[in-house]
Ligand binder design. Structure first.
Ligand SMILES: [Zn+2]
Length: 377
C-alpha cells in the first residue's frame, strides 16, 4: 500500500484495494494502523455521486521521519527527512580526523543524539566495500590501508530501529528512483561522473545489485591501456584516472599542445591549466584532447550498458549543465551501443551531485519503506 501511495499519490481505500489486490477489509485495518502510527493521514473527502464520500489517504509528512547518516573520510553527517523525502531542520556534521574507529564512534554518538520517538528508520551510506554479514567496512576511503572497521557501534546506537547500510552510490540510486517515481520493475544503471571520480550503481527490480559484497559498481576501475597516474586501487589505466584534469594535462603535454588549442579553451594554449569541468563548460567541437577523454568515458559506459541491458541509464553529473559537452557524451555513448539497445535504453540526465550527503542517506531508509528488499542488506 505504501509503495502504491508513494508512486501514485493520494488514493482511497477502494483504489488501494484495486491497486494491490489486498482485500477491502484488510486495507481498512492496515490503513487504520498506519494512520495511528503517524505514517498515513486522510485527505479531505472527494465529492461523490451518492453513497459514501471517498476519502483519499496519503503519506503523512508531519509526524514521522527517517534519519540519514553518512560516513566519509574525516567527517560524519546526519540529517532527518520526513516520509515524503523533505529535509527537516539543518543537517549536522562532525569532523574527526584521526582513526576510522573514532570516526565510527562519532557517527554512533551523533545518531544516538538524533534518534527520537518519531524516528522510523535509519539509512547509513559509506564509500567502499561493506560486508553486511560482519557489519564491517572492508576497504575504501574511510579505511585507507588500515584493514576493516566495524559499523556495529552505529547499529547498536540505532537500537530496535530498522537500518539500511549501503554504499553511497546506492543511496544516490535510491534517491533517484524514489524522486522520479520510477518503475521498480525496470533495471537502472546510474553513473555519477566527476573529475577523477566515477561511481555507478545498478538497481535490478528496484534493489541494488548485491554481488558478493556490498559496494558501488566499480566502473571507475575499468582499466584501459592508458598511461595514467597510479590509481588508489594500485593500478594504472583506470577510467577514473583517465577522466580527470591530470590526464587531460598529461595528453596535452604529450600531444603537442601548440596546435591543439581547439577553440574550446579560448586563447589559452593547451587549455591553459583549466580543469576538466571548466574545459567541458566551454567545449566546442574540435577540442581533441577533451574529445579523447569523453571517448574513453563513453566507451566504458557503453560497454556496461551493452553488458547489462538496463531499461534506463541515468547520468548524474555537473556535466549535465553544459549542453555541448553533455551532447558530446550522450552521442558518444549512443554511437557505441548495440543497435537494438540504442532504441530501447532510456537515457536520463540528473544534476544532483549529492552522493555522500546525509540527506541522500536518508533516502536509503525511505527505500526500505517504499521498495522491497532494501532492509537486511
Ligand atoms: Zn583504480
Amino acid at each position: 500500500m505504501l509503495q502504491q501511495l508513494w508512486r501514485h499519490g493520494a488514493r482511497s481505500r477502494s483504489e488501494l484495494h484495486g491497486l494491490t489486490g489486498i482485500s477491502p477489509n484488510r486495507v481498512g485495518v492496515v490503513a487504520s494502523a498506519l494512520m495511528e502510527g503517524g505514517v498515513l493521514r486522510e485527505c479531505e473527502a472527494l465529492p461523490s455521486s451518492g453513497g459514501r464520500p471517498r476519502v483519499p489517504l496519503e503519506i503523512d509528512p508531519g509526524r514521522r521521519h527517517m534519519i540519514g547518516l553518512t560516513v566519509w573520510p574525516g567527517a560524519v553527517g546526519v540529517a532527518r527527512v520526513n516520509l515524503q523525502g523533505h529535509l527537516l531542520g539543518k543537517p549536522l556534521a562532525r569532523f574527526v580526523s584521526d582513526s576510522p574507529g573514532r570516526l565510527i564512534a562519532a557517527a554512533a554518538a551523533l545518531l544516538g543524539k538524533t534518534i527520537g520517538p518519531q524516528t522510523m528508520g535509519v539509512g547509513v551510506s559509506v564509500p567502499g566495500l561493506y560486508d553486511s554479514a560482519s557489519r564491517r567496512v572492508l576497504s575504501g576511503m574511510v579505511v585507507p590501508g588500515r584493514g576493516p572497521v566495524s559499523l556495529a557501534p552505529i547499529c547498536d546506537a540505532a537500537g530496535d530501529l530498522p537500518v539500511v547500510i549501503e554504499n553511497d552510490m546506492h543511496a544516490l540510486a535510491a534517491r533517484w528512483q524514489l524522486t522520479h517515481r520510477a518503475d521498480t520493475e525496470h533495471d537502472v544503471l546510474l553513473v555519477n561522473i566527476s573529475d577523477g571520480a566515477l561511481g555507478a550503481a545498478v538497481l535490478i527490480g528496484g534493489r541494488p545489485n548485491r554481488g558478493c559484497v556490498s559496494s558501488a559498481n566499480e566502473l571507475g576501475h575499468m582499466r584501459y591501456f592508458a598511461d595514467t597516474e597510479r590509481c588508489y586501487c594500485g593500478q594504472t589505466g583506470c577510467l577514473e584516472r583517465i577522466f580527470s584534469s591530470a590526464y587531460l594535462e598529461r595528453i596535452e603535454g604529450a600531444g603537442g599542445s601548440a596546435e591543439k588549442t581547439g577553440g574550446g579553451a579560448g586563447d589559452q594554449s593547451g587549455g591553459g591549466g583549466l580543469s576538466l569541468m571548466e574545459r567541458s563548460s566551454a567545449y566546442q567541437s574540435g577540442d581533441q584532447p577533451l574529445e579523447t577523454l569523453y571517448g574513453y568515458l563513453a566507451n566504458g559506459i557503453a560497454n556496461v550498458v551493452n553488458f547489462i541491458r538496463p531499461h534506463r541509464l541515468v547520468l548524474v553529473s555537473e556535466l549535465t549543465r553544459y549542453p555541448d559537452a553533455c551532447d558530446l557524451l550522450v552521442r558518444s555513448i549512443r554511437s557505441r551501443l548495440l543497435g537494438e539497445l540504442a532504441d530501447r535504453v532510456r537515457l536520463d540526465l540528473w544534476d544532483q551531485p549529492v552522493a555522500h550527503q546525509a540527506e541522500t542517506a536518508g533516502w536509503l531508509a525511505l527505500a526500505g519503506l517504499y521498495c522491497d528488499g532494501w532492509y537486511g542488506g
